[in-house]
Design a protein around this ligand. Structure first.
Ligand code: GLN
Length: 185
């Protein structure tokens, strides 16, 4: 069987580290910059970076609607940090949450902590000017929080975290993507 092909949105941000993580778990990463790059994908990563720059790039390339179609087809999507912001109500509208940008404030630009994600297990989480989920709808499952603020959520086939799983050796979230790739037609 050929490995699942998982796209990594590469408008901007740390897409290379995600591509490596996907290879580590037996996936075949594909850099996504245009709507055509989404053809035939089994899943998608929206990486961290700068959400305002990503928004402009998505607009410029006409990627918003094709990205929504991919997510709505049931294929797994993992959004990390700015990727979580891109999935929220005010951006792609694929997750029923409102994200708050740079939520941890200036003093906590960047920090690490141990989290235990419901159903996914423990991992070390690296936060870099991270958002948190300010408000979430009833269909959204909160998998982990920091001081009561949700930082890992799942809604159906979409998993979003406020931290950077690609910066540690833990591959749980990329494994989740591969495990769910191929479930949709
Ligand atoms: N602060 C960035 C934003 O608001 C997100 C940071 C990140 O992805 N590491 O878009």
């Amino acid at each position: 069987m050929s490995p699942p092909v998982v796209g990594v949105l590469a408008i901007q941000g740390d897409f290379e580290a995600h591509a490596r993580a996907l290879r580590d778990v037996g996936g075949e990463p594909r850099i996504v910059r245009t709507p055509e790059d989404l053809d035939g994908l089994d899943g998608l990563v929206i990486p961290g970076g700068e959400s305002s720059t990503m928004t402009l790039g998505i607009e410029r390339e006409g990627l918003a609607e094709p990205l929504r179609e991919l997510a709505r087809s049931g294929r797994p999507v993992l959004g990390t940090c700015a990727g979580l912001i891109m999935l929220d109500r005010e951006h792609l509208g694929l997750l029923d949450v409102t994200a708050r940008r740079n939520a941890f404030g200036r003093q906590l630009h960047s920090f690490e902590t141990d989290l235990d994600l419901d159903g996914l297990g423990p991992l070390r989480a690296v936060f870099i000017r991270a958002p948190w989920v300010e408000e979430a709808g009833g269909d959204v499952e909160v998998l982990a929080d920091v001081d009561g603020h949700p930082v890992a959520v799942r809604q159906g086939n979409i998993l979003a975290v406020a931290f950077h799983p690609e910066l540690t050796d833990n591959r749980t979230l990329h494994q989740w993507l591969l495990a769910h790739a191929g479930v949709a037609s």
